[in-house]
Design a protein around this ligand. Sequence first.
Ligand code: SF4
Length: 400
Amino acid sequence: MTRTNADSCPGVLRLHQAADGPLARIRLPGGRLEPGQLQVLAEAAAELGDGNIELTSRGNVQLRQVRDAAALSERLAGAGLLPSDTHERVRNIVASPLSGRIGGLADAHALVPALDAGLRAAPRLAELPGRVLFTLDDGRGDISGLGGDIGVHATDTAEFALVLAGGDSGIRVSAADAVQVMLAAAHAFLDLAAGQWRLREVADGVRRVIDILGLAPGPERLEFGASHDIPIGWLDQDNGLVSLGAAVRLGSLPARIAEFIAAVERPIFITPWRSLVITDLDEWPAEQVVRVLAPMGLIFDANSPWLQVSACAGRPGCAKALTDVRADATAAVESGRVLPPTEPSDTSGAADLGATIEVHSADDVTVAGRQHWSGCERRCGRPRGPVTDIVATENGYRIG
Ligand code: SF4
């Protein structure tokens, strides 16, 4: 398929006109937020938006129903969240959230500032489609399977595999060269793109990028699978401090909770699984964070049914939506119709992975394990890997 139009990814300076009002997406390279930045986002969500910060599957955030775009961009620029007017939408960089603190072969986050700066320093790279995704995996395999366009995957402490179109290119680069090679690959993609938004859409794109780079692939190829290993709960860091992994209901973080997280005054990472990690805590403060924020709705329990459920915007946010899928998904969780992954589905309307059934009412949807609720067939935001689709139809829902 050849694209005939430019991508329409929203940013801060180019809002998306959603059915419920203007939507702004704020790029967070590596998912990182300083506490003061989260505070600014929380205030912006409360005073200029709908009161929530939405976490995206690329570790970015977005605000809905933005009432004053100029005031929003001014606040974000003042907090360092809009460092470039020209390149804001191309700063799509995800990195292993726990990298540099817990496990991993190398520190993927150490590459993020240089990659971000390199993108912003190259005027031509502002032309990258907003869909292009850079992935930095520290070797644990949580990021390379996300289907990015250009990335690196640590093979040991000082060597990375170059990842192109979500696969191992066979090229190995040193840590010192990793950022420059990714930037060169981004230029090569632009040479070849001819209007396409993703590297995988370019005919023979990976081979042609490798030719332009002039690098020789070796014989070894790593295999990358989709990971859903969300960091949740108490996580001991390698340096003796503690990280806390937390999920939020359907990836929507209320501004009030965000303000409490900001008050902890520690770096925060937004993950590609629409969760967050609060880092570098001593044990006693970490215990207090859980004690205060769990009752407010932050999820620190790895067995919570909320971890199994994702949903698109649905009504009223999307004009294509046939129903309010987020309300229906919430009702399913709260009424116990989201079953654990291993529990057989033996109630009316239940479905396991592999089955396909139609139900006339959302109340009849009972599904075990990971599930994604969509307001129409486009299934926006569907996670990668094994997931049961719950898709709104004219007559109810189709499951499977
Ligand atoms: S899946 Fe359909 S209803 Fe949901 S956000 Fe996408 S286009 Fe809208």
